[in-house]
Design a protein around this ligand. Structure first.
Ligand SMILES: Nc1nc2c(ncn2[C@@H]2O[C@H](COP(=O)(O)OP(=O)(O)OP(=O)(O)O)[C@@H](O)[C@H]2O)c(=O)[nH]1
Ligand SMILES: [Mg+2]
Length: 355
């Protein structure tokens, strides 16, 4: 079984890359399983990659490189027993160290497993080619990669990309560097896939000396996830998209008052009768992005949201997120219930005014 681990900082494009990769692998007849890890309690990415006939498993509430090592082993072993994939693609959290995941898997005693080069995706639209502005754990992620995937090249000029390449090469001279746009795919993206499928012998030897780190502590990221059941019928796609965008804008504005330089990923999925709206904001400077995905199996309307940002106090983040979502839904006269951990419902029901 081939194991592909696609690491990369929060919002660098791991899920988008994996969505495109598994589609290409599926076309080649591969039997692929996807294992997604989310730092918050609620999985967001699973819904966006599901539906290609691939087996998807989500692990939440921690990080498979440190706090969720045992869950990773159980999930992987069950997946192999029940589904026997020939390729398993793993998306760690954006604050994970993929080397630790590989070392953990090597200790599981799984037979005939091989690894693709350890990937670290870098969002070229956000990274500054300046060592002083680089967060310590992002530097560790970059330095330990075997393959640096420079994603979102549609966002920068050729000269900016060149400067970023030179900067990253200096940080990690051993890594292969490949640049592409996961959103636009194309020949460069296929070259990336070819590198992942290539012969292992061309990659660095095992590095079992990699010092075990607690990525959650090191990252200084505050994370909060929550879910809202939407009980108003007949919300149009345009309205739901606009509400999604407003919620993200609102959270981003409030978070940037506490940390104007925050980086991270504020993301939501709004499911609506067979349609999934995926919304994302990746830094204080960026505007929310909305993607519409067709997912015919989705029946219930709900919003799931995960915010993971640097240097914003956790308690403040919870307040910001809850007030932004409920405020936006109230303004739009939408009836909702906020689902709290352990499935307890908070009494946040609003009476619909216009329905
Ligand atoms: N312009 C552009 N945007 C991209 C590209 N790839 C991904 N994105 C956008 O970047 C945002 C984050 O993408 P995701 O794939 O969710 O990132 P992620 O690394 O999985 O995020 P986390 O799981 O939260 O760490 C989304 O709005 C994507 O649409 C790209 O090649 N170009
Ligand atoms: Mg993701």
């Amino acid at each position: 079984m081939k194991c592909i681990i696609i690491g990369g900082f929060l919002g660098s494009g791991k899920t988008t890359t994996i969505r495109k990769l598994v589609e290409l692998l599926g076309k080649k007849g591969k039997k692929v399983a996807i294992l997604l890890n989310e730092i918050g309690e609620i999985g967001i990415d699973g819904a966006t990659v599901a539906g290609f006939g691939m087996e998807v498993r989500e692990l939440t509430r921690g990080c498979i490189c440190c706090t969720l090592r045992v869950s990773l082993e159980q999930t992987l072993k069950t997946l192999i027993k029940e589904y026997s994939p020939d390729t398993v693609v793993i998306e760690p959290t954006g604050i994970a160290f993929p080397r630790q995941i590989k070392n953990n898997i090597l200790k599981m005693g799984l037979s005939s497993i091989s690894f693709a080069p350890l990937v670290n995706l870098v969002d070229v639209g956000r990274i500054k080619p300046d060592a002083n502005s680089l967060h310590n754990f992002i530097r560790i992620q970059i330095e330990d990669a075997e393959l640096l995937g420079l994603n979102k090249i549609d966002q920068v000029s050729k000269s900016q990309l060149f400067e970023i390449c030179a900067f990253l090469h200096k940080l990690n001279p051993k890594a292969r560097i490949i640049s592409f746009s996961a959103r636009e795919e194309g020949a460069k993206f296929e070259q990336f896939l070819a590198l992942l499928e290539g012969d292992k012998s061309s990659w660095e030897e095992e590095n079992s000396d990699f010092e075990q780190k607690n990525s959650i502590e090191l990252s200084e990221v505050a994370a909060y996830s929550t879910e809202f059941e939407i009980n108003s019928p007949d919300i149009s796609l345009a309205r739901a998209s606009s509400i999604s965008s407003q919620i993200l804008q609102n959270i981003s504005e409030k978070a940037s008052k506490l940390n104007p330089e925050f980086v991270g990923h504020i993301k939501l999925v709004f499911s609506l009768r067979g349609i999934l709206i995926k919304g994302s904001v990746t830094s204080a400077q960026k505007a929310p992005e909305i993607e519409i995905l067709e997912k015919p199996r989705l029946k219930h309307s709900k919003i799931k949201l995960l915010s993971a940002v640097t240097d914003v106090p956790q308690a403040e983040l919870v307040k910001i997120v809850d007030s932004s979502v409920s405020g936006q839904l109230e303004t739009n006269h939408i009836e909702f219930l906020q689902k709290k951990p352990h499935n307890a419902f908070l009494p946040l029901t609003l009476k619909p005014k216009n329905f």
